[in-house]
Design a protein around this ligand. Structure first.
Ligand SMILES: [Zn+2]
Length: 154
C-alpha cells in the first residue's frame, strides 16, 4: 500500500511519530512512486512557505508607506534654485514618499529643499504650502535620504 498524500505532508513537516516515520521511510526506499510524490510534496510545501514569507514581506513594505505622525524639530534649508540659511521647522508626519512640515515662512512649490532631521538629511521637492493659523504647512516629496551616520562618517 502506498503512502497517503496527507501522510507525506506530515512526513515532510516531521509531524509523525517515530514509528510512522520509519515505516514511511522504509516504504519510500523501495517505492519510486511514493518517492516521486515525496519530492513533489517537498517542493509544494517549500513554495507555500516562500509564498507566506513574501506575503509578510509585502505587508511590511506596505507599512513603510503609511504616514507616521511625529512632532520632531528639524531644520530646512532651501537649496535650489535659491540657497537659504537653515530655518527651524517641525516635522508633522513622515511617510516613505514625503514629509509634512510646519514652519513660520511660506515655501514656493517646486523648489528643492534639504531637511535636516536627527537621523537623516532629506532632499525633497516642495509640493504644496498652505497657511494654517500663524504657521505654514508644507508637503515635500522625498527625493533622496542620507542617514546622518553616513554624513558624520561614523
Ligand atoms: Zn508507494
Amino acid at each position: 500500500m502506498h503512502v497517503r498524500a496527507d501522510e507525506l505532508e506530515l512526513y515532510v513537516l516531521d509531524r509523525l511519530s517515530k514509528e510512522q516515520t520509519s515505516g514511511i521511510a522504509e516504504h519510500l526506499s523501495c517505492c519510486p512512486v511514493c518517492d516521486h510524490l515525496l519530492a513533489e510534496t517537498r517542493q509544494y510545501l517549500g513554495e507555500l512557505s516562500r509564498l507566506s514569507r513574501s506575503q509578510s514581506a509585502h505587508s511590511a513594505e506596505k507599512r513603510k508607506y503609511a504616514r507616521f505622525p511625529t512632532d520632531d524639530l528639524a531644520e530646512i534649508k532651501l537649496i535650489y534654485p535659491n540657497v537659504s540659511e537653515p530655518l527651524s521647522i517641525r516635522v508633522l508626519d513622515v511617510s516613505k514618499e514625503g514629509l509634512k512640515v510646519r514652519l513660520s515662512h511660506p515655501l514656493l512649490t517646486g523648489i528643492t529643499v534639504e531637511v535636516r532631521t536627527l537621523h537623516a538629511l532629506v532632499f525633497a521637492e516642495v509640493r504644496y504650502c498652505v497657511e494654517v493659523g500663524d504657521f505654514f504647512e508644507a508637503g515635500v516629496q522625498i527625493q533622496d535620504v542620507i542617514p546622518r551616520k553616513a554624513v558624520r562618517g561614523e
